[in-house]
Design a protein around this ligand. Sequence first.
Ligand SMILES: Nc1nc2c(ncn2[C@@H]2O[C@H](COP(=O)(O)OP(=O)(O)OP(=O)(O)O)[C@@H](O)[C@H]2O)c(=O)[nH]1
Ligand SMILES: [Zn+2]
Length: 205
Amino acid sequence: MTDFDDQVVDAALIATGSPVDQPRIARAVREILAAIGEDPDRDGLLETPTRVARAYAEMFAGLHQDAAEVLSTSFDLEHQELVLVKDIPFYSTCEHHLVPFHGTAHIGYIPSEDGRVTGLSKLARLVEVYARRPQVQERLTTQIVDAMMEHLKPKGAIVVIECEHMCMSMRGVRKPGAKTVTSAVRGQIRETATRAEAMSLILGK
Ligand SMILES: Nc1nc2c(ncn2[C@@H]2O[C@H](COP(=O)(O)OP(=O)(O)OP(=O)(O)O)[C@@H](O)[C@H]2O)c(=O)[nH]1
Ligand SMILES: [Zn+2]
């Protein structure tokens, strides 16, 4: 390490209160810059390690968030039918290549017998909890649906996710625009008619 100032990063860590180890990320990013043949001490790159550390703290914040807390707000609306929030945009990070994958999530559930529902924004927040981690699309899909089943105790739940993976677009096989669709369905929504209703609401743009 040359004139790289850990104290600056430590100060940033304290300021954000993030549990992500930003000084460690910054040191690693400096190494990567050197390894690709760049000069980490040139003007434009001097602050890049700390910038990337702050960006990573944001991109991986979900590792330190709790789905139970996000879904703890509930209202007694006596609603017994399907509730669906669709076209929730999100960004995640492919755990194989550490580049983004992004797209939309569609989330629905049939509330529990007592008709208690959660806030609509909480479903979008739940996506963020699991998207802001190193991920694969299949696990993201099942983690969201399983968290809903565990914390909302609904009669059923469905999650459909459509994504473009940058690791397939900008490198490797280079197929920009290719979409991956995953779904996970639990409880009563597995029944044919209910599942068809949910899917037609999701796909009917
Ligand atoms: N199932 C699944 N695969 C993913 C996801 N994100 C990336 N991948 C795939 O993970 C695989 C990793 O394959 P490897 O052969 O180990 O890595 P690689 O040599 O970089 O593969 P290429 O991307 O084909 O160049 C690739 O086929 C990616 O397309 C995901 O969310 N789900
Ligand atoms: Zn990838």
